[in-house]
Write a protein that binds this ligand. Structure first.
Ligand code: NAD
Length: 386
């Protein structure tokens, strides 16, 4: 099969590498630096499997800056373009997808399109209605940043929307590359879109639950770890995904929870808005709790959301910084991926020893780098700390 993939971010690149093991794949991105790196077998993203597969595997994969010439003889186009949350419209901004679908449809109306981006519920159906077609499909993507290709090779499940008949071929494409014989689920596109938003909102709810438990424990002088271990031994709750943090963040959870809430419109609900609000309340609490130590200088250890991440998209630490900026306190940052001595008006000190001289170091996630000054590290990373 010849497959054109639009968007060489985490989703597009890992899909392209996965499928180019057995298919001809053309990867498209508007950023020519990314395209050049990929064609030189170098990864634009920090992801061990992507780096290794690009370098060492025999892939039938070429990257370009435009897909126009390839639509004519492609068998499938995969869209892995950004869908950022538009704060004003209170809905995902789908213009990248809208434009790509329009262009593809103008060139070849009968070319199957598979959307891998996260989209509002109803989007695929509405696009099929708009173009009087039934060949736009949706398959939710569940990969994690930094482990994107690993997760694509070991998918927890493969879900494809059922409409024009090509869904079985799409499911076969993904299943044949998976190393773990995953379950395949076919369902209406509105249902497949719902799966993605409800799954991410569940994860955000779980993070918020353990974070608010931790807030309670701090306020009452209790040991969060004991409480969390105690409740997580119940197999219905489970001992995983329960480590407190400053708040949930990253590219997906903040925007997907908001999109699900927006999709409810007038449908009765009371659970979803508080999940969004809880994250804000948590960050305010953490900032306040840090200030109880009366620091004059606060060192912010890393801006990335989690270990191994290569970007700062919607890291919880940014909101904490904004709150702390209002206090009479000096803020300094340690972030080795920032190649400058200033970041958004704050001083960056990438000499770790100099950085460690701050009165208090705040770290969403603990690292061995901080072992020697542990007594002045503020973190709620309870399970990694030991
Ligand atoms: N990052 C994740 O962990 C993850 C997981 C599941 C789903 N998703 C969803 O998948 C989608 C993509 O996420 P991502 O993290 O890969 O995004 P990303 O922002 O990392 O990558 C998107 C890429 O698309 C490129 N691009 C933008 N406009 C383009 C165009 N017109 N033509 C070609 N390329 C273009 C950008 O240069 C960028 O490289 C989003 O909807 C996201 O919500 C992401």
């Amino acid at each position: 099969m010849k497959i054109t993939v639009l968007g060489m971010g985490y989703v597009g690149l890992s899909n392209a590498i996965l499928l180019s093991q057995s298919n001809e794949v053309i990867g498209i991105d508007v950023v020519s630096e990314k395209v050049n790196l990929i064609n030189n077998k170098k990864s634009p993203l920090k992801d061990d499997y992507i780096i290794n597969y690009l370098k060492n595997k025999n892939l039938n994969f070429v990257a370009k800056t435009s897909g126009k010439d390839d639509y004519a003889d492609s068998d499938l186009v995969i869209l892995a373009l950004p869908t950022n949350y538009d704060e004003k419209e209170e809905f995902f901004d789908t213009h990248f997808l809208d434009d790509a679908i329009k262009e593809i449809k103008e060139i070849r109306n009968n070319l199957p399109i598979l959307i891998k981006s996260t989209i509002p519920i109803g989007y695929t159906r509405e696009k099929n209605e708009e173009y009087k077609s039934n060949n736009i499909y949706f398959s939710p993507e569940f990969l994690r940043e930094g482990k994107a290709l690993y997760d694509s090779l070991h998918p927890s499940r493969i879900i494809v929307s059922e409409n024009g008949g090509f869904e079985k071929e799409i499911a076969r494409l993904y299943k044949s590359e998976a190393l773990n014989n995953p379950k395949v689920l076919l369902m209406k596109s509105d249902e497949a879109e719902s799966v993605k938003l409800f799954a991410n909102t569940y994860l955000a709810m779980r993070v918020s639950f353990f974070n608010e438990l931790d807030t309670f424990a701090i306020a009452k002088g209790l040991d969060s770890k004991n409480i969390i271990e105690g409740i997580s031994e119940d197999p219905r709750i489970g001992n995983y995904y329960n480590n407190p943090s400053f708040g949930y963040g990253g590219y997906c959870l903040p925007k997907d929870t908001r999109q699900l809430y927006a999709n409810y419109k007038e449908i009765p609900n009371a659970l979803f808005k508080p999940i969004i609000e809880s994250n804000e309340v948590r960050k305010e609490f953490i900032a306040k709790d840090i200030m109880t130590y009366k620091p004059k200088q606060i060192g912010i250890y890393r801006l990335v959301m989690k270990k191994g991440s290569d970007n700062f998209r919607k890291s919880a630490i940014f909101d904490i910084i904004e709150i702390l900026k209002k206090e009479n306190v000096d803020l300094i940052i340690y972030e080795p991926t920032v190649d400058s001595d200033e970041f958004e008006g704050l001083k960056v000190i990438n000499n770790l020893e100099e950085f460690k001289e701050a009165d208090i170091i705040i770290a969403n996630r603990i690292s061995d780098d901080l072992k020697d000054i542990e007594e002045k590290v503020y973190s709620r990373d309870i399970f990694t700390r030991d």
